[in-house]
Design a protein around this ligand. Structure first.
Ligand SMILES: [Zn+2]
Length: 437
C-alpha cells in the first residue's frame, strides 16, 4: 500500500491573495528587466503578458524602491518609444565572504551580478585562532564596503562560503580541514563583527558550502548560457562538488549533497581527514598532488603552491605529470559514479582543477568514457571553468542579490535585520528566468 497522493503541490503554496499575486508579478517584471530586456513599459507588458496598467504600477514600485531606473528613450526610434527601464546602477549590492583552508576573500556584486569589488588574503587558517580568522574576514569585507564607491550602497545580504557541511541553521557541522570552525554560526558571527564596526544593516545573513556556491556562480556567471544541468567539481585543499539540475542547485535532503571529496577511489589508500581511507581528496586534493609531485612548499612558504605545480608540469617534470594523471584518473572514477547515479550531461572543472586541466583531462576523459554507461550515445561533456578563484565568493554575493530578484516585494527590508537564512538548495524543476545574466 503506497502513501497515496499526499498533498499535491500548488502554484502559490496556499490560498492566492492579491498581495501574493502582486509580489509574483513584481518578480516577473524585474526578472524581465534583469534578463537584459531593455524595454519600456509597453514592451514589458507584451513580453510578460501583463496589462500596461499593471506593468506601469509595478514599475513605479520598482523605481521607488531603488531597484530600477527609467532612462531616456533610445535615439532613432520612430513614434513614442517610451522610457526604457533598466536595473539601477545605484541599487543594492550583495556581499560575499569566503573562509577557506588557506585564504579568506570578500566580494561585492551589483544587481546585474557584476563584481564591483574583490579582495583576498592568503594565509594558512589551520594554524590561526578562530576569532582571528573571523575578524580578518570581517575586516576585509568591511574595507570593501567602506570604499567611496560602495559606502552609500545598501547591502541586500551577506553570505559566507565555507569548506564543509553547513546545516539548515547556518551552523558549520563538519569541516575536516578546518576543525575549529565546526559548531560555529560563522555567518552570524562575521555579520555581527561587520555590523559592530560599520553600524551598517547587512540584510539577511547566511552560510553555505563553497562548492555549492561555486556551482551557482557557474550557472549565473559562467561562460555558457545553455549550461543548466551539470556537476562542478572544485579542487582546493579539500575537494567538493555542486550539482545543478535544470537551473537549480540540488542540495539533497538537507542541503549536504556534493561531498565528492570523501568518495572512495582507492580502498587501500591513505587515511583521510574525515577518518575514512582512500577518499578522492587523498589522491586528487591539492596537497596530495603536491606531495606526489615532490613539491615541498613548506620549505618555501612564500611560494604559491599552485604556481609551483603549474611550472613543474609545464617544464615536463615526470613526477608532476604522473601525479596529475593519477589525480585526473581518480577524478574521472568519482565523477563517472556521480554521472551514472544522477544522470548529468556535463562535468565542469573548477578551482585548481581548471588551472591544471591540460594534464588532468586525458585520464579523466578516459575514465568517463570507460565507466559512464550512457557514454556511447550521450558522451559526458567536460568544461573548464573560467571563473578562477573567485567562483565561490561570487556565488555567495550573488545569492544575496538573487533573493532580491526572486522577491523584490521584500526589498527594502527592515533596518539592521540580521537573521540566518538557509541559502542554496531549492526544489528542482524551477526555472532561472529571474536570474542575473
Ligand atoms: Zn575523507
Amino acid at each position: 500500500m503506497g502513501r497515496g497522493w499526499g498533498r499535491p503541490g500548488h502554484p502559490t503554496g496556499g490560498p492566492a491573495r492579491a498581495e501574493l499575486l502582486r509580489r509574483s508579478n513584481l518578480a516577473l517584471v524585474l526578472g524581465e528587466i534583469a534578463a537584459g530586456g531593455r524595454g519600456a513599459r509597453a514592451q514589458l507588458a507584451e513580453r510578460t503578458g501583463l496589462t500596461k496598467a499593471t506593468v506601469s504600477s509595478l514599475a513605479d514600485t520598482l523605481i521607488a524602491t531603488g531597484l530600477v531606473v527609467e532612462c531616456d528613450p533610445d535615439r532613432g526610434l520612430v513614434g513614442r518609444p517610451g522610457n526604457p527601464l533598466r536595473l539601477a546602477s545605484t541599487g543594492p549590492v550583495g556581499l560575499g565572504i569566503e573562509i577557506n583552508v588557506d585564504y579568506v576573500s570578500a566580494c561585492i556584486v551589483d544587481l546585474a551580478g557584476e563584481v564591483r569589488s574583490f579582495a583576498a588574503l592568503p594565509g594558512d587558517n589551520r594554524t590561526v585562532a578562530p576569532g582571528d580568522v573571523l575578524e580578518r574576514a570581517a575586516r576585509l569585507a568591511d574595507s570593501l564596503l567602506a570604499s567611496p564607491a560602495m559606502s552609500s550602497r545598501p547591502v541586500a545580504g551577506l553570505h559566507v562560503a565555507l569548506p564543509g557541511l553547513v546545516d539548515v541553521d547556518g551552523v558549520l557541522r563538519r569541516a575536516p580541514n578546518l576543525r575549529w570552525l565546526e559548531g560555529l554560526e560563522v555567518a552570524a558571527r562575521v555579520g555581527e563583527i561587520i555590523s559592530a564596526r560599520s553600524a551598517r544593516p547587512l540584510g539577511a545573513v547566511g552560510a553555505g558550502n563553497e562548492a555549492n556556491l561555486a556551482a551557482l556562480a557557474e550557472l549565473w556567471f559562467g561562460d555558457s548560457t545553455d549550461l543548466d544541468t551539470f556537476v562542478r567539481v572544485s579542487g582546493e585543499i579539500g575537494v567538493g562538488a555542486g550539482i545543478v539540475i535544470r537551473g537549480a542547485l540540488w542540495g539533497g535532503a538537507a542541503g549536504l549533497a556534493g561531498e565528492i571529496g570523501h568518495v572512495l577511489v582507492d580502498a587501500g589508500g591513505p587515511r583521510c581527514t574525515c577518518g575514512a581511507r582512500g577518499c578522492l581528496e587523498q589522491v586528487a586534493g591539492q596537497e596530495a598532488v603536491l606531495a606526489a609531485a615532490g613539491i615541498d612548499t613548506a620549505r618555501q612558504p612564500s611560494t604559491d603552491p599552485v604556481r609551483a605545480l603549474l611550472a613543474s608540469a609545464a617544464a615536463g617534470d615526470r613526477a608532476t605529470q604522473a601525479a596529475l594523471d593519477r589525480a585526473g584518473s581518480a577524478l574521472g572514477v568519482a565523477l563517472a559514479g556521480v554521472v551514472n547515479v544522477v544522470d548529468l550531461p556535463t562535468v565542469v572543472l573548477g578551482g585548481v582543477y581548471a588551472e591544471v586541466a591540460t594534464w588532468l583531462l586525458p585520464a579523466l576523459a578516459r575514465e568517463l568514457a570507460d565507466r559512464v554507461v550512457s557514454y556511447s550515445w550521450a558522451p559526458t561533456g567536460v568544461a573548464v571553468s573560467r571563473l578562477g578563484a573567485r567562483a565561490a565568493v561570487r556565488g555567495a554575493a550573488g545569492l544575496a542579490i538573487r533573493a532580491v530578484l526572486e522577491d523584490p516585494g521584500s526589498w527594502p527590508s527592515g533596518p539592521s535585520r540580521v537573521r540566518t537564512r538557509r541559502p542554496q538548495a531549492r526544489a528542482t524543476g524551477t526555472d532561472r528566468s529571474a536570474g542575473p545574466t
